[in-house]
Write a protein of this length. Structure first.
Ligand code: BGC
Length: 248
């Protein structure tokens, strides 16, 4: 039984809990603090330090995983679609390690959620290529082949109709334009058909807060692969970040 701390940094909230990485269960309280308005690195690091204090009793030996909405290569954040530009080119993993005085594992948020669904959720035991997408402020994506993550797929930034797919098809775009479910589903159809043409996944999972209303839009989509709601909801990032922090 390995316990690890998972922290999920999002545009509105920063959440954390201790996870039993064998079972995918939360074994502590789940704490959440609002994301500082500036979205700047220093302010976010301070919140993460507070959050760990609030959780209390996290031993120095416990692995810590942190997920974040940007491309993460070798601990460096390489993009900032919906967060402060100060993250671009930042040694984020090191920044957190210095502030927390311990090693951490830093990973893209959708990649963490995808790993969680494959290990503990809707794609558990599914062989082949699993694609998880998260529909929120942006569109996040994770590609996992036979349990191995291909990181930073960033399929929310595919160009569809001459612009970033997430600008037209994210849940935020639906809200912004007050699209009906069926009008939004048309945009999603175009998006997922394109993704399917490129990758031919065996299973497509749809996460993000709106996935709880999946019956309103998933049945409207016609794809070759099954497209189903993710299961782990708000905990997916925490679970995946914790799981990835444990070195096998
Ligand atoms: C970012 C991704 C992130 C996704 C979901 C996109 O705008 O580029 O890195 O995974 O939003 O948060």
């Amino acid at each position: 039984m390995t316990h690890a701390l998972g922290i999920d940094i999002g545009g509105t909230g920063i959440k954390g809990a201790v996870v039993d990485t064998a079972t995918g269960e939360l074994v502590s309280e789940r704490k959440k603090i609002a994301t500082p308005k500036s979205g700047k690195p220093g302010a976010i690091v301070n919140v993460v330090v507070d959050l760990i204090d609030q959780l209390g009793g996290i031993p120095a030996s416990m692995p810590v995983g942190v997920c974040f909405p940007a491309i993460v290569r070798n601990g460096v954040t390489m993009s900032a679609a919906n967060i402060s530009d100060d993250w671009i080119g930042l040694e984020a993993e090191k920044l957190f390690e210095t502030a927390l005085g311990r090693d951490i594992h830093f990973v893209n948020d959708a990649d963490a959620a995808g790993v969680a669904e494959v290990r503990y959720g809707a794609a558990k035991g599914v062989p082949g290529l699993v694609l998880l997408t998260t529909l929120g402020t942006g569109i996040g994506s994770a590609l996992i082949y036979d349990g191995t993550l291909v990181p930073n797929s960033e399929l929310g930034h595919l160009q569809i109709g001459g612009r970033d797919a997430e600008k037209g098809a994210s849940f935020a775009a639906k809200e912004r334009r007050r699209l009906s479910w069926s009008a939004w589903a048309k945009r999603l159809q175009r998006y997922y058909s394109h993704v399917e043409l490129l990758f031919s996944p065996d299973l497509i999972l749809v996460g993000g807060g709106v996935s709880k209303s999946h019956e309103k839009f998933l049945p409207l989509l016609k794809l070759n692969a099954p497209i189903i709601p993710a299961e782990l909801r708000n905990n997916a990032g925490i679970l995946g970040a914790a799981a990835l922090a444990v070195k096998e």
